[in-house]
Design a protein around this ligand. Structure first.
Ligand code: NDP
Length: 310
């Protein structure tokens, strides 16, 4: 059995660094794209992005191990045969990193940090009371591996937390809701909304003008899930009309965000270039583990449901 590794984003990790992280596989038939060799031997593909046409060149492919969490582009790839399984990385280090990213932007607002910097620039000493976290509600969309970590972090910090997911959850300190009504209630009552949802046919364009109109006028939307969740033109319109106060976007519909996008310079939008979940730490150990499990016919770790799309 051969494993093909395709580190699509070359600036992310070198071949050498990758080999160091998957020491258990170095004695196996490990090939690095584009050196495919006899493609019929390849049963496992390890990649952060499924290259167009690659799956069709691998007739023996059984498993794609995604080097990350979001599998939307793989799941929606019409060329990927239905029997090919997909596993992802679930790492607590990344989850906590993303949870802290969301908390940081919320706390920046709670403590009026940008306002105080403005005052400093004008040499104005003006004590303004921070908001009280116990008076504030954070709505977390998605209570999975990452969303669950974020919801718990907000609850620990003292916020009231509402979490929206497909299935209801029992989580200490988190009010779990589901369905269209649950989402409406969450949007109406949240001061901050952190979206940590996968991109699926059900979540695509979730945030349109009608949803923005439900939000509190001063509220903040933070999107670290996927850019497809937001109708970007509607977001700009909603901010211009004051339906919400601010949006922090770590992900955009088109990445990199095109230079001509009005979102770059909108005063109500903060953009970061898809960096909220960066550190994989030792998360690549799942690659070796899933290779072993595949060869031994055991249950794979972190397999996604291709029909659900996540
Ligand atoms: P999980 O699969 O663990 O969790 C997904 C959550 O979304 C689950 O709670 C699920 O509900 C919920 N969900 C899915 N579809 C719906 C729906 N239609 N309505 C309501 N809730 C829904 O994913 P993770 O938490 O690990 O990751 C979430 C996303 O974050 C990834 O898919 C990826 O797109 C993004 N991401 C972004 C990164 C970045 O750097 N910006 C890095 C890593 C991930 P249920 O629990 O009921 O199934």
């Amino acid at each position: 059995m051969a494993v093909l590794v395709d580190i699509y984003s070359q600036d992310w990790m070198s071949e050498e660094a990758f080999k160091n992280q998957i020491a258990g596989l170095v004695n196996e038939d490990l090939r690095f794209y584009p050196k495919i060799g006899n493609s019929a031997d390849i049963r496992m593909l390890v990649t952060d992005h499924l290259r167009q046409g690659l799956a069709a060149r691998l007739p023996g492919l059984e498993l794609i191990q995604k080097l990350g969490a979001g599998v939307d582009t793989m799941v929606s790839d019409p060329e990927l045969p239905s029997h090919v399984r997909i596993t992802r990385i679930k790492h607590n280090v990344t989850a906590m990193e993303m949870a802290r990213y969301c908390l940081a932007y919320v706390l920046q607002d709670v403590q009026n940090m940008i306002l105080h910097k403005d005052k400093q620039n004008q040499a104005i000493w003006e004590p303004i009371a921070p908001k009280r976290v116990t008076d504030l509600t954070v709505g977390v969309l998605g209570l999975g591996h990452i969303g669950g970590a974020a919801a718990r972090l907000f609850a620990e910090a003292g916020f009231s937390v509402i979490g929206w997911s497909r299935s209801l959850k029992t989580m200490d300190g988190i009010h779990s809701v589901a369905g269209a009504d649950g989402l409406q209630n969450l949007l109406r009552s949240s001061d901050y909304v952190a979206s940590i949802l996968p991109s699926t046919p059900q979540t695509e364009n979730l945030f349109d003008l009608a949803k923005f109109k439900l939000m509190k006028p001063e509220s903040m939307l933070i999107n670290v899930g996927r850019g497809t969740l937001i109708v970007e033109q509607d977001l700009v319109t909603a901010l211009d009309h004051g339906y919400l106060g601010h949006a922090v976007l770590d992900v955009c519909r088109q990445e990199p965000l095109p230079e001509e996008s009005p979102m770059w310079h909108h005063p109500g939008i903060t953009i970061t270039p898809h960096i909220s979940g960066w550190d994989l730490d030792d998360g690549l150990s799942v690659v070796t583990e899933n290779y072993l499990r595949l060869t031994e016919g055991r249950k794979l770790l972190h397999e996604i449901d291709r029909r659900a799309g996540y």
